[in-house]
Design a protein around this ligand. Structure first.
Ligand code: PEP
Ligand code: MG
Length: 368
């Protein structure tokens, strides 16, 4: 009812006036971005672009990954570029000049490859019928070559960008072109390009060198500024944050992967398998995927924040793992001195509220 709405509004306004942390959202579509803005999101902290490569576009992606030669790969990239440009135009328009962190594609590769067993069956059936199976066999061999037993620790994130020529370049171009287009149309766009799964500064430097060339060429004198930063989600990245900061304009902590790799717990299937026993034994009181493990994974975040800022004073720091919308974790991120948390649209109000409470709780302490 009306009184309740007013009371909530008053509380939120108070929290917004108090908090230090900004609150962004994780959104991959214009619709999600719009919803999050209604909840008060002050930007997008994570736009996961891998989702944009599914559906109708899957076939193009398969062609790209399994391309027999440069020509085939370049044709697939040329077809994807205008589609990606439209994706980003929609999101930039919706966010209207608020910062938008676009993460370069980070799929576990198996999600894009045709299933091996199915291909093998197809080849066998065609052979039986006496058909020419040269093409199918080549595809099967290519998929076999790329097959991984453990895709979450395999060819994903920046590794994919380094292995498939032109993939990241296509995305960077689409982002820059979209920002320029929105600006020319009288709006504004504030893109931040984020490289996933970086573990060594050299990975980031390689991607950045190529990206900067493309951005300079596309942006020209349009006034658009594009930042380039990285996720910190591999323990080695956290431990070499001082080096990585030299090549990054911002860090965003991917606490989902940092928890997975920090504990050595698979994100996909440990909860049902044995977490109940860990809870029973009190090894943790709540899943570390839900609420930040302050002593272990949190320590990695703290080290990276400190070393990153020592190397690059004022380095912008955020978090975009699930923990960004968890109340206790929000307090932790405030303590560590991050600039923002990013969470799913529906958790934005809670994050705003908790960020306000965190600021009151830690005011006067020297924990920052
Ligand atoms: C993360 O690892 O915390 C993250 C935000 O990336 P994703 O969940 O897409 O791996
Ligand atoms: Mg991740």
């Amino acid at each position: 009812d009306d009184a309740l709405v007013k009371a909530v509004h008053r509380i939120m306004t108070h929290a917004d006036g108090t908090r230090r942390l900004r609150v962004r959202t994780n959104a991959d579509t214009g619709a999600d971005a719009a919803r999050a803005r209604r909840f008060g999101a002050e930007g997008i902290g994570l736009c996961r672009t891998e989702h944009m490569f599914l559906g109708d576009r899957r076939e193009l992606v398969e062609r790209l990954i399994l391309a027999a030669g440069d020509q085939e790969r370049e044709a697939a990239l040329a077809a994807l570029l205008p589609l990606q440009r439209e994706d980003f135009i929609e999101i930039f328009r919706e966010m209207d000049g608020l910062p938008v962190t676009v993460r370069l594609i980070d799929p576990p590769l198996h999600e894009f490859l045709p299933p091996l067993e199915q291909l093998a069956v197809n080849v066998a059936v065609a052979q039986e019928r006496g058909e020419d199976v040269a093409k199918e066999e080549a595809l099967l061999a290519a998929v076999r070559r790329m097959h991984e037993e453990n895709p979450m620790l395999g060819l994903r994130g920046v590794r994919l960008g380094l292995v498939i020529p032109g993939l990241f370049a296509m995305q960077v171009r689409a982002i820059a072109e979209a920002a320029v287009q929105v600006t020319r149309d009288g709006g504004s766009a504030c893109p931040e390009i984020m490289v996933p799964l970086v573990g060594a500064v050299q990975e980031l430097e390689t991607v950045r060198a190529e990206a900067e060339k493309i951005i300079a060429e596309v942006v020209g004198d349009s006034g658009v500024e594009v930042l380039i930063g990285t996720m910190i989600e591999v323990p080695r990245a956290a431990l070499t944050a001082g080096q990585i900061a030299e090549a990054a304009q911002f860090f965003s902590f991917g606490t989902n992967d940092l928890t997975q790799m920090g504990w050595g717990f698979s994100r996909d299937d440990v909860e049902g398998a044995f977490f109940w026993r860990y809870l029973e034994l009190g090894i943790f009181g709540i899943s570390p995927f839900e609420s930040i493990d302050r002593e272990g994974v949190g320590r990695l975040v703290r080290i990276a924040a400190e070393e990153g800022r020592a190397a690059r004073p004022g380095l912008k720091l955020g978090v975009c793992g699930e923990h960004g919308g968890d109340p206790d974790s929000v307090h932790f991120f405030d303590e560590v001195g991050l600039d923002y948390v990013s969470c799913s649209p529906f958790r934005v109000p809670v994050a705003r509220l908790e960020a306000g409470r965190a600021a009151i709780t830690t005011t006067g302490s020297d924990s920052r």
